[in-house]
Design a protein around this ligand. Structure first.
Ligand code: ADP
Ligand code: MG
Length: 237
């Protein structure tokens, strides 16, 4: 990656999605999910993406997270056309630039909260010293308010606490882009609000951009801008 293209100018888009197309299946079974999706996110901005079930929200998030292959289009992250990278470059970019919270958390059941949060250090190829790793892990756990739960296993904590663990894991590498797929989907409204206030705090710090997929208008309202994905295209509300 060319670090010379990276600028921390606040007005600049950290993420620029251009004319993305994505379909599944072949022939009669072909389903065109994303037809022409174009939008920008600025540094430090929290964007919500809404849209009916099946409109392609998860598909879009997976493309931005380099977890699936587009048919056409470009995605620029900090000025780099990330879809054109080789697979090892994509893996390294995913671990150093993008934090992802999946809809169903994907916590490792045999690991404690703290060990789950430390996983990105193991996935990353970058060497980091143990003291720094410990400090960042505790900081991420603190941000989501899980200090007193860090030695529990996933089956010993609530749904909201699992979600917080997944968020802490996405934050631990201090990546500039956070992708969240229905982060309050199966939480009660009070727990959901507590989780959303974590995102507000992160966005207010100014160096992390957030894309949150949600079908909850109240959650979307808290974001800096809201997009609607429908019939394969996206528009800002
Ligand atoms: P959303 O997250 O907005 O509910 P998705 O992105 O999950 O929507 O799915 C969009 C459409 O693409 C749905 O009709 C879904 O059934 C279909 N789809 C998603 N993933 C695949 C896949 N791997 N193979 C075939 N069809 C898929
Ligand atoms: Mg989805």
């Amino acid at each position: 990656m060319n670090s010379a293209t990276i600028s921390q100018n606040k007005q600049e888009a950290i993420l620029s999605v251009k004319h993305i197309r994505k379909s599944y299946g072949e022939g009669k079974n072909r389903l065109e999910v994303l037809k022409d999706v174009t939008f920008n996110i600025k540094i430090g901005e929290w964007a919500a993406i809404m849209g009916p079930s099946g409109s392609g929200k998860t598909t879009l998030l997976n493309l931005i997270g380099l977890l699936d292959k587009e048919d056409e289009g470009h995605i620029f992250l900090e000025g780099t056309d990330i879809l054109g990278l080789k697979s090892n470059e994509k893996a390294s970019l995913r671990s150093n630039k993008i934090g992802i919270v999946f809809q169903n958390h994907y916590l490792v059941p045999t690991m404690t909260v703290k060990e789950n949060v430390e996983l990105p250090f193991i996935w990353s190829r970058e060497k980091i010293d143990l003291a720094e790793m410990e400090e960042r892990t505790l900081a991420a756990i603190e941000i989501v308010g899980l200090g007193d739960r860090s030695h529990h296993f996933p089956d010993e904590i609530s749904g909201g606490e699992k979600q917080r663990t997944a968020i802490a894991r996405a934050l631990v590498n201090r990546n500039p882009l956070l992708l969240l797929d229905e982060p309050t989907g199966d939480l009660d409204s009070q727990t959901g609000k507590a989780i959303l206030s974590i995102f507000r705090r992160i966005a207010n710090q100014g160096d992390t951009s957030i894309i949150m997929v949600t079908h909850d208008p109240e959650a979307a309202q808290l974001a800096d801008k809201v997009f609607l994905l429908r019939q394969g295209t996206i528009s800002e509300l």
